[in-house]
Design a protein around this ligand. Sequence first.
Ligand code: SF4
Ligand code: SF4
Ligand code: SF4
Length: 169
Amino acid sequence: MTSSFNPLRRQLFRGDVRVQRLPLRPPWSVDEQQFTQDCTRCQECIKACPENILEVGSGGFPEVNFKQGECSFCGDCAASCEASVFRPVQEIPWQQQARISDACITHKQVICRSCGENCEPEAIQFKLVAGQVAVPEIDLDSCNGCGACVAVCPTQAVKVSQNEPEAVL
Ligand code: SF4
Ligand code: SF4
Ligand code: SF4
């Protein structure tokens, strides 16, 4: 089954020119155009995810939402899919990485290390500055985009996004 639905095109028609980011598809997804063309919206990947981080997104296509948890890279989403929208799980799952905005409360001199404490690859280090609260810094070489640092942040300062966002146009 094919579909002509294109969420990016719809964003453009709505005049939402600020939207530059593609929806976050499950790990190992093929590129956005092929994904929205070949995904049947059967929701099998959503049901298969043991971490409950997949949800029905715009147009009925699956999207990742880290509000409830993190990706364990188990591969169950890819295994459950009968369409050709996932790459082999032997490949790198995606190019997603975490970013921390100025909303981080350490910038207001409030001590917090929640994101770092939940980062298994230890990609978040806290930079010590004399007389100041330590501020988190992400080592992008170590971050795998699992999203474990997102829900634990009290100020929603952490977002996971593609390391080189694709332009809409
Ligand atoms: S790899 Fe596993 S945890 Fe990650 S989105 Fe797919 S099913 Fe969910
Ligand atoms: S996305 Fe995962 S690996 Fe990257 S900083 Fe957050 S917890 Fe660590
Ligand atoms: S969890 Fe959020 S507020 Fe706390 S240090 Fe990390 S980014 Fe800052």
